[in-house]
Design a protein around this ligand. Structure first.
Ligand code: FAD
Length: 407
């Protein structure tokens, strides 16, 4: 295994850190103030457009696309350290046009989109002019099993007609969100994994309603997580992404790199929590000495460092495998880091909150919102249990010959 990032990755990382320190972090209070002044929690603060322009000027733009004709064409291993930097800074991913769910949507548009679809939707996304959402999860079925998805995409002349009820459509409340990648059933009689398709739906198409934003731990801001209704929405047949019945396969393709990006960002989040924990431990005095001199605090700091190092190595191994032997061969590792990165991030942030005392759960420090975000990572892109189920299935598969006949 060779986890050494290339010189290009090192150089990009140095410039990304500089951009973050000099420009992006100092803009955080401006960003918050502009949103507060607007009175609308989903208002996109204009300072973000300034940050994006500066990122483009510094050639820190679309760093995520590993292959094809667009983006930086970095390997997963080279992108890992950059994504980790982004994880520790709330505005940096969007400022560099590397934010979910657009990254996953751009990846599948680059991979499966027709030239027309790419011109209409991929190019404006790559240029940071619009944003997008991904509408798969439904309130009335267990959506961690994607074969349950029941929304319909039915052919009618030259069009498809879409009917469905979705939720957790992240980004749908952002006024810049112009297109949805929608998953629904086109072939109800087909094999379970060949029933669904994906289709591109303009958010201003008649019949699309964003019913509400779903608060996460009581908060709803930014692009939000929309509950969305799709009633007799008519789009031309050329909006289908890939082939009819290919939705499940595209969903799998979308989640591979997307998962690794979430994990890398989660490690960045955990690093930031550990930074904060160490600074607070050195400066806060209780019972006659700095908190840093309490054995239990040292143990928690050590535990956090050890966990972060473990999960970073596993993530780098996974990135390296994806680059060298492909996503399929790296399935177990991809599933494992999805679970472990979320676990480590929540563990470390939880310890940091405890060390901060009451301040840890307020909005005076970023820890509470970091925790809320890390906690959702146990659910997004499939809950932990589903990934562990896959890992166990592959492990047990090696011993399948031992099973009694009939089981
Ligand atoms: C903040 C956030 C953002 C999201 N963004 C998006 C988005 O942009 N687009 C989108 O389409 N979806 C999105 N989701 C939805 C997310 O992908 C789903 O919540 C997730 O896939 C689980 O589906 P479900 O909520 O229907 O849970 P269910 O499928 O009902 O599962 C509930 C629980 O059952 C348990 N469970 C399920 N299967 C098993 C099993 N095999 N073994 C053991 N236990 C099991 C797990 O504990 C699981 O958490 C988002 C979710 C959150 C929280």
């Amino acid at each position: 295994m060779d986890f050494q990032p290339s010189l290009r990755s090192d150089e990009l990382k140095a410039r990304l850190v500089e951009f973050d320190d000099e420009v992006v972090r100092p803009a955080e209070p401006v960003y918050r103030q502009q949103r507060a002044d607007s009175g609308d929690p989903h208002y996109p603060p204009p300072v973000m457009e300034e940050l994006k322009a500066e990122a483009r000027r510094r050639e820190l733009w679309n760093l995520f696309l590993p292959e094809g004709d667009h983006g930086a064409k970095l390997s997963n291993l080279d992108y890992a350290p950059l994504c980790e930097v982004m994880g520790g800074s709330p505005l940096l991913s969007e400022a560099t046009n590397c934010a979910a769910p657009d990254t996953g949507n751009m990846e599948i548009l680059a991979q499966f989109g027709t030239p027309l679809q790419q011109e209409q939707w991929l190019q404006p996304l790559l240029d940071g002019e619009i944003r997008s959402c991904f509408a798969m999860t439904e309130p009335w079925v267990a959506s961690s099993d994607a074969t349950n998805i029941s929304s319909r995409i039915e052919p009618d002349g030259d069009d498809y007609v879409i009917n469905g009820h979705k939720w957790f459509t992240s980004g749908a409340l952002d006024p810049r969100c112009k297109v949805a990648v929608f998953m629904g059933v086109t072939n109800p009689g087909a094999d379970a994994h060949r029933r669904q398709s994906m289709i591109l739906v303009p958010m201003d198409a008649p019949g699309v309603t964003v019913v509400r934003g779903l608060p996460v731990f009581g908060h709803s801001e930014g692009g939000g997580h929309g509950e969305t209704l799709w009633e007799n929405v008519r789009v031309p047949k050329e909006n289908l992404l890939g082939e009819e019945g290919g939705g499940f396969a595209i969903a799998q393709a979308r989640l591979g790199p997307g998962r690794i990006h979430h994990c890398m960002r989660a490690i960045g989040l955990a690093e930031r929590a550990l930074d904060l924990m160490c600074m607070r431990a050195q400066t806060r005095v209780a019972f006659g000495k700095p908190l840093a001199d309490q054995g239990v605090v040292r143990e928690r700091i050590a535990e956090s460092r050890m966990q972060i190092e473990q999960v970073r190595l596993l993530t780098l191994k996974t990135a390296w495998m994806m680059d060298t032997v492909g996503k399929k061969a790296a399935q177990t590792e991809i599933a494992a880091i999805k679970v472990m990165a979320a676990r480590v991030a929540t563990d470390v942030i939880d310890r940091a909150i405890q060390l901060f005392g009451g301040a840890g759960v307020t909005d005076d420090w970023p820890l509470a919102s970091m925790y809320a975000h890390a906690r959702t990572l146990h659910l997004v892109d499939g809950p932990d249990e589903v990934h562990m189920r896959q890992i166990a299935r592959r492990e047990l598969g090696k011993y399948a010959y031992l099973r009694p006949a009939g089981f």
